[in-house]
Ligand binder design. Structure first.
Ligand code: AMP
Length: 283
């Protein structure tokens, strides 16, 4: 496994991996790796000849009062994990490589970037789409792997790939959860034992919605009321949003007759957690 920190080295290393028409899979991450990230790496291994993982805590996707400085950085453990997973190349650029002094070009996917997390975190998706577009240009992957856990990010990046004609396939992998339902997240490391318990209310609320849909409840307002009732059972948390939306546009839907996304964000103590469920109505 090779580790590179400059874009020039990355381009050279990718060229070497691509010989004899070998396909390249890219897994963009911010490090602090867990089993969710590993699931993307394994999917990339299965579907591509060579796997590139980027580790970059991207400053432009954090708001001024967010956790950029304290975001968990577990470099040695990340490298050991990726080595054991058979990754070919880690691209771990320093910030000035990705954003050279004076850089003033950004990618903005209008509309969809202002919904769900984009509404709560202004500028977040501009940072995400800019850094992912840069990684796509540097690595030119055949496939890029993202988690369903970040459903709004998937909607933004799908649209970016289409609108800007990126010649790659975006592969979305299912959310990996702990046995008790909590979606894995690098930010789960912030949680105290009590907050970890409170955080289970996210998956409980989504489960309730799935049960209600299975019973034939298709009206979005009713499903939201049901989810809010579950969330109210955990007064220690603060709701950011619970929405039922179209998975591509992230706009509110009135009912879930077509496939829809139930998406939630809450603050557990100071930690903001997200989760979602793809709603497929019973036939
Ligand atoms: P991050 O390091 O948080 O930027 O995440 C890197 C990639 O891993 C993103 O595509 C995430 O959606 C994905 N990811 C994060 N958590 C999970 C999870 N629990 N299950 C599946 N994918 C995940």
């Amino acid at each position: 496994m090779r580790i590179v920190s400059t874009i020039a080295e990355a381009r050279g290393a990718v060229r070497a991996l691509r010989t004899n028409g070998r396909s390249i899979g890219l897994v963009p991450t911010m490090g602090a790796l867990h089993a969710g990230h590993v699931s993307l790496v394994r999917a990339a291994r299965e579907q591509c000849d060579a796997v590139v993982v980027s580790i970059f805590v991207n400053p432009t996707q954090f708001g001024p009062n967010e956790d950029f400085a304290k975001y968990p950085r577990t470099w040695d453990a990340d490298c050991a994990l990726l080595e054991s997973e058979g990754v070919d190349l880690i691209l771990a650029p320093i910030a000035t490589e990705m954003y050279p002094a004076g850089a003033s070009t950004f990618v903005e996917v209008e509309g969809v970037s202002d919904r769900l997390d984009g509404a709560s975190r202004p500028g977040h998706f501009r940072g995400v789409s800019t850094v992912v577009a840069k990684l796509f240009h540097i690595v030119s992957p055949d496939k890029a792997f993202f988690g369903q856990k970040d459903a709004a990010q998937v909607a933004v990046l799908r649209k970016m790939v289409r609108d800007l004609n990126f010649d790659l396939e975006l592969v979305v992998c299912p959310t990996v959860r702990e046995a008790d339902g909590l979606a894995l997240s690098s930010r789960n490391r912030y949680l105290s034992v009590e907050e970890r318990r409170q955080a289970l209310v996210l998956s409980r609320a989504l489960q309730r919605v799935e049960e209600r849909v299975a019973q034939g409840v298709l009206d979005a307002a009713t499903l939201i009321d049901d989810a809010l009732a579950v969330l109210a059972s955990e007064p220690g948390i603060r709701l950011d949003y619970f929405k039922v939306v179209d998975p591509d546009t992230l706009e509110d839907v009135a009912d879930v007759r077509n496939s829809a996304l139930a998406a939630i964000a809450v603050f557990v103590g100071p930690t903001r957690l997200i989760d979602n469920a793809v709603i497929a109505p019973p036939r």
